[in-house]
Write a protein that binds this ligand. Structure first.
Ligand code: F2R
Ligand code: MG
Ligand code: MG
Length: 303
């Protein structure tokens, strides 16, 4: 289990840093390389800030999470406009609920909540209801649009189901039951259709998407994992070849593949060049320890 926790967070950071050079590019036959140091972007930075807030507080506490996001923010990492703006408003004293609706009235539906949420799926892997509740709480600090929340729930639940020992085929049929928006239900349904018949890169982009919005990237990442999850570099290579929001689609794909394969099955030549890998592994270990304690209590009291 501990190795799966490590695999999930290291996989996310590898996907992010391997995809970073291709964010915003058109689709193409790109070759992600581990020959040079691998630097991560906002996707991994926010995942680390979320992990550290959870480890310190033992759960997702929105005000503490906002503090970690603000204090841990390096603007050079390439943040989304809305997330930067919301965090700056909160920093200046605006309450969280007001800040999120001041930037996009109905809330952001960027993929920023989904790209960072994997630690929540790790923490509560044994309890789907708790995953849904905590993923929602972790999203609404910056992303309150129902589609953004559905995306975060979909990624966190996928991580949890992997740790529960579900088969890859079971995952989309189960997460669709937790989607509250027709848009995300439709996209998960479309990805199940694509898995049943082989399809080209162009069809994946046309039917699932490769953009920065949740509905254009979360189903795509789940698809990349379900199609190529046994081979980390193939899954990441395919997600990067889609172009568009390549770092983020690869980060989410990497988190799912890493949880599936465990840290020891990730390419060592990439792991050893990953920026901050000791901090990432230490966060995975901290989450594992906390999750074990919560799970023991859950098993004892059945709740
Ligand atoms: N920001 C980037 N990449 C661009 C800069 C990278 C460059 N290499 C650099 O270093 O400068 N990537 C990161 O942003 C994405 C996550 O974004 P997040 O956190 O969700 O932000 P935001 O602004 O809330 O949403 C993203 C955009 O989506 C559109 N949008 C969101 N909600 C909307 C709504 N309700 N209505 C209409 N549009 C909405 C807006 O265009 C937002 O700016 C990841 O790719 C991460 O890697
Ligand atoms: Mg990024
Ligand atoms: Mg991105």
């Amino acid at each position: 289990m501990n190795e799966r926790f490590r695999g999930c967070l290291v996989g996310l950071a590898l996907g992010d840093s391997l995809g970073a050079a291709f964010e915003g590019m058109p689709p193409g036959d790109y070759e992600p390389s581990c020959k040079a140091p691998l630097f991560y972007t906002d996707d991994t930075e926010m995942m680390l800030n979320l992990s550290e807030s959870i480890i310190e507080r033992g759960e997702v506490v929105p005000e503490d999470l906002a503090r970690h996001f603000i204090e841990g923010l390096n603007p050079q990492r390439g943040y989304g406009y809305g997330t930067l703006r919301v965090l700056s408003l909160i920093r200046s004293g605006v309450p969280i609920e007001r800040a999120t609706s001041m930037v996009f009235r109905e809330g952001s539906k960027g993929n920023g909540a989904s790209m960072r949420v994997a630690p929540v799926g790790l923490l509560y892997w044994f309890d789907r209801e708790r995953i849904v509740e905590a993923a929602t709480r972790a999203s609404t600090v910056t992303h309150t649009h129902p589609v953004a929340i559905d995306g975060a729930v979909a990624i966190a639940l996928s991580v949890g189901m992997i740790l529960q020992g579900s088969s890859r085929e079971q995952i989309p049929g189960e997460i669709i039951k937790y989607m509250k928006t027709n848009l995300m239900r439709g996209k998960i349904d479309a990805l199940m259709g694509l898995l049943e018949r082989g399809c080209s890169r162009e069809e994946v982009i046309r039917l699932l998407g490769n953009g920065v919005l949740t509905e254009e990237s979360v189903p795509t990442a789940i698809y990349c994992f379900l199609r190529y999850g046994d081979d980390f570099m193939r899954a990441i290579g395919f997600s990067i070849s889609l172009g568009g929001d390549a770092d983020t689609i690869s980060a989410m794909t990497g988190a799912l593949c890493g949880a599936w394969l465990s840290r020891g099955s990730l390419p060592p030549e990439c792991v050893e060049r990953l920026e901050d890998r000791e901090r990432i592994i230490s966060n995975a270990d901290g989450l594992y320890e906390l999750s074990e304690a919560i799970y023991r209590d859950f098993s004892k009291h059945g709740e």
